[in-house]
Design a protein around this ligand. Structure first.
Ligand code: GLA
Length: 382
């Protein structure tokens, strides 16, 4: 080891500090701190992204998870609008996927089986007879590596993970990147996903945040008004596997083509609502040919005035009304999250696509790059 005199060492350190301070500007860097350790003693990083408009996002390296997202209400008062835990242990033990990055395959694969290039692959069944959200230890339970990629106009956090060939039963080594960007001058959190594989595989990545736009996480989300840019949805069987049909929403409780309160029809006598114990379905997004990011959903919470618009490049969105929340999980600040106190809008390809040739393909081949983007845009309304 080369010994450096203490004074020189101190000088070179402050020089490095000053140059990086000038190059990026202190306020334009992601702030990294310690979030604790996993049960195996691995350190988890906490990343804080801030902007000039009163928004703040916290992401951790465990699961590339969005832990909190603070945005202002109509009088400018910021509050956290997502459910989550205060500790790594919460995320390790939690069964609800709060804020997690879901992969390798978001949502369900029937009986945990699919065939690719003539080979049948068997995945762990962790949801009744099916495989859900990447298996027993999906991407939301893995440690990701974070790098600050902030630019002059946005704080940017890139997280990477390499999923081994055969992990949770999926073929091929998959290199995944998830990038969270918070622009300095806009209250929108952008999530970009890219991935490459060394063998044919299937992939469907999403973020599993639960939103409650009121300032009160004990309040149900039934007053939130939802609009979905979709005139069809994919009905399911009693185990929540799509039947393969694309069904018109017109005249059903699944019609959110005009903004409607989530609670207005949720308890109607409808077989699909019974199967889901509420809303837990994939909507087929109306997309124009030009592609790119397009509006998928809009949520308005009348008491706070907060509006969330979800834009995505994906063909589908899973609207889940928090039906499995049951008040037993202790979340942030010791809050117990009761039935339907959070709602998810998971941008995605359709569930069980590997078993439905009529659904858009989720196959990723070597040499190709998987790309998916979602923007969570916040504003307020009277
Ligand atoms: C998804 C599923 C739901 C449920 C939640 C997590 O939204 O579709 O059925 O499993 O994740 O609890």
């Amino acid at each position: 080891m080369i010994r450096v005199p203490a004074i020189l060492f101190a000088f070179s350190n402050s020089f490095v500090f000053l140059t990086s301070f000038h190059a990026l500007g202190a306020e334009r860097r992601v702030h990294t701190s310690d979030f604790g350790k996993t049960s195996h003693g691995i350190s988890v990083d906490r990343y804080l992204l801030t902007n000039n408009k009163g928004a703040e996002a916290v992401v951790i390296s465990y699961g590339a998870t969005l832990v909190s997202l603070r945005v202002p209400d109509r009088v400018g008062k910021p509050a956290d609008v997502v459910l989550g835990y205060d500790t790594v242990e919460g995320y390790e033990r939690g069964k609800s996927y709060f804020g997690g990055t879901i992969g390798r395959y978001g949502n369900r694969i029937a009986h945990g089986d699919f065939t690719l290039d003539g080979t049948v692959f068997h995945l762990p069944k962790n949801d009744g007879p099916n495989s859900l959200h990447g298996g027993i230890r999906g991407f939301n339970n893995r440690i990701w590596t974070g790098v600050d990629r902030s630019r002059a106009d946005a704080q940017v956090l890139e997280l990477s993970y390499t999923s081994a060939d055969g992990e949770e039963g999926y073929p091929g080594t998959l290199k995944v990147k998830v990038t969270y960007s918070l622009p300095a001058e806009a209250n929108e959190l952008r999530i970009d996903y890219t991935a490459t594989a060394d063998k044919d595989t299937v992939i469907n990545l999403t973020n599993h945040s639960y939103f409650n736009l009121s300032d009160d996480m004990t309040k149900q989300i039934l007053d939130h008004q939802l609009l979905l840019r979709a005139s069809q949805f994919t009905p399911v069987d009693s185990t929540l596997i799509p039947t393969g049909e694309l069904r018109a929403v017109h005249g059903t409780p699944f019609d959110f083509t005009k903004s409607a309160a989530i609670g207005a029809r949720i308890n109607q006598d409808d077989e699909q609502l019974k199967f889901g114990k509420g809303y837990d379905h994939n909507w087929v997004l109306e997309r124009t040919k030009k592609g790119g990011l397009q509006l998928a959903a809009e949520v308005f919470e009348p008491a706070s005035g907060r509006v969330l618009e979800v834009l995505t490049t994906e063909p589908g969105i899973q609207f889940y009304s928090g039906n499995f929340l049951d008040g037993t999980q202790k979340g942030k600040g010791g809050q117990l999250y009761a039935h339907r106190t959070g709602l998810c809008l998971e941008t995605q390809h359709f569930p069980d696509s590997p078993n439905h040739p009529n659904f858009p393909s989720t196959v990723l081949k070597p040499g190709e790059t998987y790309r998916s983007s979602t923007v969570l845009r916040f504003s307020t309304r009277k």
